[in-house]
Design a protein around this ligand. Structure first.
Ligand code: KG4
Ligand code: ZN
Length: 358
């Protein structure tokens, strides 16, 4: 009989509480049995960004009801869970501690082992939950609110960092530019929505490191360029930036998005060319961006490259990707779950360190 293993995953690294249950059946790709998510966006909106202490407190409120919801929806009981996985890092220390603490308490109470997962590995492996999962090896473009990285992925746990941002992440560039255009938090989805009404060539914003001889990124200068241009327009119109004519704001948004997307697409294509690989996986919140998807799809199609994305709702933080990463690590023998319930979290944790156990 094929051995099955049910893995409960808890994500609490930032402003989303996510819980999911995944089942491992032999060597087949693990299957998602159920997942639930609570986003704190509305709570943080009043402050224009994530307030870490509020985030931690809210995770405490949400995590057990979400767990009950996932178990009920998937027709399982707590006693059916074989392993409890949680996000060990990177992320906000207090927020991570909630997920780690609850996971270890559950594990200890149930007498089941626990496993700490790298948040970015969760993003990286999330396309394996889609209807069109990738195959190893591939190039991964990881674009989240805190990270922008290109990696070569040869298997579960075999990650080679090819390049990364030297300052702001792509998601941060979206969020900061959106904020200064008065679009609130989180800015990425709002800016990309507004960009649909605008012209991406209206303003020429910098494409940093595009011609550098490496695969690194730099997005910190972009928000300054957007701010200078927006203020110039505001002075000319004699109004505040947020009160600029709608078309002008849309053109600013579209030009910002065009700059970010062009750099991400071109660097991804260089990584693919240099590695000779014909598969690209895009993961992380910015992977939900429609323009990025359209341009990557078009450029990759011309070169015979397959592009894989997570399902749209699994691009941003969620519990399914944590349960999946844990399941795939267990299945591949990369890690065993532990019955030691003394946990720690790693607010800063480079992904390529996990293969040497750091
Ligand atoms: O992966 P994620 O949920 O959280 C982190 O691990 O950081 O990514 C969140 C980031 C935010 O910066 C958000 O603005 C951005 O992803 N984002 C988008 C879109 N949806 C989310 N950026 C551009 N276009 C989108 N449609
Ligand atoms: Zn994330």
């Amino acid at each position: 009989m094929t051995k099955t293993l049910k893995v409960l995953g808890i994500e609490s690294s930032c402003d989303e509480t996510g819980v999911a249950l995944v089942e491992v059946r032999g060597s087949a790709l693990p299957v998602l049995l159920g997942d639930a998510l609570y986003s704190q966006i509305e709570m943080h909106q009043a402050y224009g960004g994530v307030v870490p202490e509020l985030a931690s407190r809210d995770h405490i409120r949400r995590v057990l009801p979400l767990t009950e919801q996932v178990l009920a929806a998937s027709g399982q009981a707590l006693a059916d869970v074989d392993v409890v996985a949680f996000t060990r890092g990177p992320g906000l220390a207090g927020a991570l501690l909630v997920g780690a603490g609850v996971a270890c308490a559950l594990g200890a109470a149930l007498g089941k082992p626990v496993l700490g997962v790298h948040h970015l590995e969760g993003h990286l492996l999330s396309p394996f939950l889609s209807a069109d999962p990738p195959e190893f090896p591939f190039i991964a473009l990881l674009v989240s609110g805190g990270h922008t990285q290109l990696m070569r992925v040869d298997g579960v746990g075999c990650y080679t960092l090819l390049g990364e941002t030297i300052d702001d992440a792509a998601g941060e560039a979206f969020d900061k530019s959106a904020k200064l255009l008065g679009l609130g938090y989180p800015g990425g989805p709002a800016l990309s929505k507004l960009a649909e009404q605008g012209e991406g060539t209206a303003f020429k914003f910098p494409r940093p490191l595009l011609k550098s001889n490496n695969l690194d990124f730099s997005f910190a200068g972009l928000k300054t360029a957007v701010m200078v241009q927006a203020k110039k327009l505001a002075v000319a119109q004699d109004c505040a930036v947020e009160a600029l004519p709608p078309q002008m704001l849309a053109d600013l948004a579209a030009s910002t998005q065009a700059a970010i997307v062009e750099v991400l697409v071109k660097k991804s294509l260089i990584a693919l060319k240099e590695s000779g690989l014909k598969r690209l996986v895009v993961a992380g919140g910015v992977g939900a961006n429609r323009s990025l998807r359209e341009q990557l799809n078009a450029e990759c199609a011309k070169r015979g490259i397959r592009v894989h994305y997570p399902e749209l709702h699994l691009c941003t933080d969620n519990g399914a990707m944590i349960a999946m990463a844990a399941a795939m690590r267990l299945q591949s023998g990369q890690q065993t779950a532990s019955e030691v319930y003394a946990f720690d979290v790693k607010p800063r944790w480079p992904l390529d360190m996990i293969q040497i156990g750091l």
